[in-house]
Design a protein around this ligand. Structure first.
Ligand SMILES: [Zn+2]
Length: 238
């Protein structure tokens, strides 16, 4: 009962606040949109969806061929230059607009729910950000996307199961740099036992070469019985 009252009060405030702060589409400025959406239905329909989630051997899966044995992989959008999606990603990553990231995550979650290829996912794990980037940005964008995916799918997010460490000794550094060019730091699974026999969805914002996802995913695949899939918000050609 108290929750119902709190909800209706918050809805009233939401409605009133729109009188003072009009809720307009981030794409075209139209004010015809639902309160929980950041963009109108026209802009929503015009987003560059890949629909990769429905197809095996899609371009994202091909990135990982011969590198990581994945169950499935997808990106929600083509990262088209000067498009609304590029603008939304920019607001999210560089202007710290968390609400935008969460909204994009919910779109990802709905697509994953509609794909039989992602039906057996048990847990969602955000790709950890490199230490200096997280310190600079103040948040991990992959984790925000995961929260949105979780809202749409009901799947749990494990954001402390994998951590990223700086290299410690020179030996490790030399070995790792040869193996994972352009990957900063090494990935450590904190509690492998809790992930045993799970189908894990590893999430990041944009996939290009896939080097960082590969470095992290290969550590997760060392756990007994783990199946791994990957989902990113955007797919960028090199
Ligand atoms: Zn619009």
């Amino acid at each position: 009962m108290q929750i119902a009252i709190a909800n209706s009060i918050s809805r009233m405030f939401g409605a009133v606040s729109h009188l003072f702060y009009p809720h307009t589409c981030a794409g075209c400025g139209s004010d015809i949109l639902s309160p929980e959406s950041l963009i109108c239905t026209h802009c929503f329909a015009d987003l560059p969806y890949t629909r990769f989630e429905l197809h095996n051997n899609n371009p994202v899966e091909k990135i990982f061929w011969g590198r990581l044995p994945l169950t499935a992989a997808t990106s929600e959008f083509y990262f088209a230059k000067s498009s609304l999606i590029q603008q939304l990603v920019h607001q999210f990553k560089y202007k710290s607009n968390i609400e935008t990231g969460h909204f994009l995550g919910t779109i990802m979650g709905k697509s994953l729910m509609n794909s039989p290829r992602f039906k057996t996912i048990d847990v969602i794990i955000p790709l950890p950000l490199s230490i200096h980037k997280e310190q600079k940005r103040g948040f991990n964008q992959a984790n925000i996307l995961c929260q949105g995916i979780s809202e749409s799918t009901g799947l749990p997010v494990l954001n402390e199961s994998v951590i990223r460490q700086r290299y410690t000794d020179t030996q490790t550094r030399k070995h790792r740099i040869e193996r994972w060019k352009n990957v900063e730091g090494s990935f450590v699974v904190t509690d492998p036992e809790s992930l045993r026999d799970k189908h894990i969805l590893l999430v990041d914002d944009v996939v290009t070469t896939g080097a960082t996802l590969e470095a992290c995913g290969s550590q997760l695949l060392l756990i007994d019985g783990v199946k791994l899939s990957i989902a990113t918000l955007a797919y960028a050609t090199k």
